[in-house]
Design a protein around this ligand. Structure first.
Ligand code: PMP
Length: 418
């Protein structure tokens, strides 16, 4: 069987042949045989330098020996118990130690569950119902946040199958724009402002200088909770995530991806007086068969032990090296616009800067799709959508980064000459 045949077969048994929409790219996605370090290998005998990294979790690269060993060791002792283990406590302590706003943690199984529960908690704590979210931000696949979302839902119509009564409590604002937030707060009784501190699901959009501080100030002044959705940026930009990187502390944070070391995870964390409202200590119901399961906790602990200040200095140095290189290429070749922070980046095919959802949507998606395919032929795998973000792992060394730069240059030159 090759990827093409498997995909034909898969379409008969799974909607669109995949289990998450962005995976189904044209003409067919490659089926993976294995991953190792910064490489991913398909069943057709091809290897790719991986900048998708499973959409962010694999900060140490694929199959890191200490993560593999930890998972293997735990599997031998049982995969899940439905009872507490010491590993949950260890990982919770780690989060509390590193993430500025975290005084208590609840582990769940996905970022989707984390934001869903954080919203419920914020509503219960404030006694208000409305939440502010930003156009193009993606907070998972649950009803409250599928309003002008990013990621795979960017190109879908809003809210099919979602009752209007549910989304009427979701107020949309424009990222990097103060006015829209001021208006929303003036006109609605807002419980929480939910924001991706760096928008990582509409490409990669950084907050403009002072924007997160503005959100902190206006929420505090109006008794509104500020929730940072750090499912991508948590343990990606710094030990303490975007809140450490930008020096702004929210009331609650949602985490996922890197925290689970490549196994399914989500988490919400925040101030004790808020978090204690979660069941069983409080009345905000939240539960899960696999919450805090020992396999994920093992992979998370094995990953996080590598992630100290030195690690992020080195990773962000690599990010700077690669993105400065890409920026030079983009400017020389005269096509594309690079947006990046730390070890996150994306190229847009636009004329001007990208500061929000509207700007990002102006990108020429057809050109992006060609860029994606040309890069893939060159042996580089970036997420197959303009509205996703690329990531660098510790396993990408400078030789690989130089090699990638050559390939990006070749691809962009080809596009320019078409
Ligand atoms: N929030 C953000 C910022 C995300 O990037 C994602 C996933 N890409 C989610 C929430 C949802 O996480 P999950 O896919 O684990 O449900």
């Amino acid at each position: 069987m090759n990827s093409k045949k498997l995909f034909e077969e898969a379409k008969k048994f799974m909607p669109g042949g995949v289990n998450s929409p962005v995976r189904a790219f044209e003409p067919y996605p490659f089926f993976v045989e294995r991953g190792r370090g910064c490489f991913i290998y398909d069943i057709d005998g091809n290897s790719y330098i991986d900048y998708c990294l499973a959409y962010g979790p694999l900060i140490l690269g694929h199959a890191h020996p200490s993560v593999v060993a930890a998972v293997y060791k735990q599997a031998e002792k049982g995969t899940t118990y439905g009872t507490p283990t010491e590993k949950e406590l260890k990982l919770a302590k780690f989060v509390v130690d590193k993430v500025p706003c975290a005084e208590m943690v609840r582990f769940v199984n996905s970022g989707t569950e984390a934001t869903m529960s954080a919203i419920r908690l914020a509503r219960a704590f404030t006694g208000k119902e409305k939440i502010v979210k930003f156009e193009g931000a993606y907070h998972g696949a649950h009803d409250y946040v599928l309003v002008k979302p990013g990621s795979g839902a960017t190109t879908l119509p809003d809210s099919v199958g979602i009752p209007k009564e549910t989304t009427k409590n979701t107020i949309l604002c424009t990222y990097n724009d103060e006015e829209s937030v001021i208006n929303a707060i003036e006109n609605h009784d807002v419980a929480a402002v939910l924001v991706e501190p760096v928008m990582g699901n509409i490409g990669c959009i950084k907050p403009k200088k002072g924007y997160l501080k503005f959100l902190r100030k206006i929420t505090k002044e109006n008794d509104i909770l500020l929730i940072f959705d750090e499912v991508i940026t948590g343990f990606r930009l710094a030990e303490g995530g975007a809140q450490e990187y930008y020096g702004v502390t929210p009331d609650l944070v949602t985490l996922g991806k890197v925290l689970g070391g490549g196994l399914p995870i989500g988490a919400l964390a925040g101030k004790k007086e808020i978090m204690e409202n979660i069941a069983p200590s409080g009345d905000v119901y939240q539960a899960g068969t696999f919450n805090g399961n020992p396999m994920t906790m093992s992979a998370g602990l094995a990953t996080l032990k590598h992630l100290d200040k030195k690690f992020y200095k080195e990773l962000n140095k690599k990010g700077k090296y690669l993105t400065e290189g890409i920026n030079d290429i983009v400017e020389d070749v005269g096509i594309g616009y690079l947006s990046s922070v730390g070890s996150m980046f994306q190229i847009y095919f636009t004329e001007g800067k990208v500061l929000n959802h509207e700007d990002a949507k102006k990108s020429n998606v057809k050109v992006f799709n060609k860029y994606f395919k040309t890069l893939l032929k060159e042996g580089v795998f970036v997420p197959p959508s303009q509205f996703e973000c690329c990531f660098i792992s510790d396993a990408h060394d400078y030789k690989i980064l130089d090699n990638t730069l050559e390939k990006i240059e070749t691809s962009l030159k080809k596009l320019k000459n078409e």
